[in-house]
Design a protein around this ligand. Structure first.
Ligand SMILES: O=C(O)CCC(=O)C(=O)O
Length: 425
């Protein structure tokens, strides 16, 4: 279940140099989206530099991801025209709020951190996150994408209670956090500035403590680490992958029929390995060097699983709850009889379901007679909630004896990216 964190207030202040979509001007309005919540400003007629100064509110739930916005030109007789879009990752705001609590800042104005333009946002220029009388506030100018020109000014306020005596859940969250801040404080009479250096540390001992092993019987098991990668790092990787990976949605063949695969995909492998092929589709193998952050992600997975040495990676992107992967096993010969498959998830939570194969295969791979088939029972199925930054590892004979799926989920309305690391022999 989502945990409520407070309120996000977004003031849509103004737009500049918006594009012309009607004869000489446009009638712009802004749509903001946070997870499954949407809010709109009013329409301002015939204006390319509109001033809205309109406040739109959202409920905060965890994980808090990205605020997306789109600008439209209102039309009466046809569909509204697009005037560009932009996004901003809210994680820096969340870590600034955490810092406000640690420092117990509740009055005056203090600069908590700076955010620079990068792949995490559409910032036109650097912006600071301040604590203003206890509220965490960021003023930003965002450049509109997929359009010739246009910028939008927003003031984003994170309203969460300032806790001098941190709540149980905050203490828990702090304990869980792997981020350590080093601070040097310099102050002026009206404003304090804290210089922050965020260092992300994955402590292997902590990781080991959080690992939960589910014994599936017959030399198969699953290891599950709910949060291997800290949230902010996970969002950085999510946005990099979402933007830079050459996603494709191939046509595959299942039971003799052609289908569009119900998710985007990409394959990365060390050169010279046996080629992967599934459901009549042979993906092109990109190199690890094509997308260098993949090597950092691979290192993090290797660190968490001592002794592992993965050399290939299948990436899947689920653009919403209608995207899914049906029942299957990763039992291709190129992975050997007892593959270790490590599955790392970013973005929207999704269920991962494992169930015992309806027909048990014997050790040498032949199907046993129908009389010996296992009856399906409740204990023959396990569901794992794969959260942002989680790692699930299937080991032993899991691919021979079990099948898995990520089913459709109407409520999963945001994007999820999953990386399955494998070793090809
Ligand atoms: O998205 C997931 O969690 C599972 C992906 C999967 O089953 C696969 O790549 O074989």
């Amino acid at each position: 279940m989502n945990e409520q964190l407070g309120v996000l207030k977004v003031i849509v202040v103004q737009g500049k140099r918006l594009v012309i979509r009607d004869f000489k001007s446009s009638d712009p309005y802004v749509v903001l989206k946070l997870g499954n919540q949407t809010a709109k400003t009013k329409v301002i007629n015939s204006c390319l530099n509109p001033v809205w100064n309109e406040e739109l509110n959202f409920t905060l739930t965890e994980p808090l991801g990205v605020l997306n916005l789109e600008v439209f030109d209102k039309d009466l007789l046809k569909a509204d025209d697009k005037m560009g879009n932009a996004f901003i990752n809210l994680q820096p705001l969340v870590s600034a709020a955490r810092l406000r609590d640690i420092l117990r800042v509740s009055s005056g104005e203090t600069t908590l951190r700076k955010v620079i333009p990068d792949s995490e946002n559409c910032l036109v220029r650097e912006s600071s996150i301040n604590c203003v009388n206890g509220e965490v506030v960021q003023n930003v100018w965002l450049r509109l994408c997929e359009v010739e020109s246009g910028e939008l000014e927003l003031t984003i306020k994170l309203i969460t209670p300032v806790s001098n005596a941190p709540s149980k859940s905050l203490r828990r969250r702090r304990r869980k956090s792997y981020e350590h801040y080093t601070m040097a404080s310099s102050s002026s009479s009206s404003m304090n500035t804290l210089k922050l250096k965020a260092v992300s540390v994955t402590n292997p001992n902590d990781t080991a403590k959080k690992a939960e092993t589910v014994d599936l019987g017959n030399e198969s098991d699953v290891v599950f680490i709910q949060r291997l990668i800290p949230s902010e790092q996970s969002w950085n990787w999510f946005h990099y992958l979402d933007k830079h990976i050459p996603w494709t949605r191939p046509t595959i063949r299942v039971f003799g029929k052609s289908f569009l695969q119900p998710r985007d995909t990409c394959y990365v492998a060390t050169p010279g390995l046996t080629e992967l092929s599934y459901s009549g589709y042979q993906p092109h193998a990109y190199s690890w060097d094509d997308y260098p952050p993949l090597k950092d992600i691979l290192d993090a997975v290797h660190k968490a699983l001592p002794g592992s040495s993965f050399n290939s990676l299948l990436l899947n992107r689920y653009k919403g709850g209608n995207d899914y992967v049906g029942w299957h096993a990763d039992d291709e010969k190129l992975y050997g009889p007892t593959p270790e498959i490590a599955s790392l998830s970013f973005g929207c939570d999704r269920d991962f379901v494992l169930k015992k194969r309806p027909c048990k295969k014997s050790r040498d791979g032949r199907d046993e007679p129908a009389s010996k088939r296992l009856k399906s029972s409740h204990s023959d199925q396990h569901t794992f909630r794969l959260k942002h930054g989680s790692l699930l590892v299937m080991r032993g004979y899991t691919q021979r004896d079990w099948i898995h799926s990520v089913p459709k989920r109407a409520k999963a309305d945001a994007t999820r990216i999953n990386l399955t690391f494998r070793r090809v022999f």
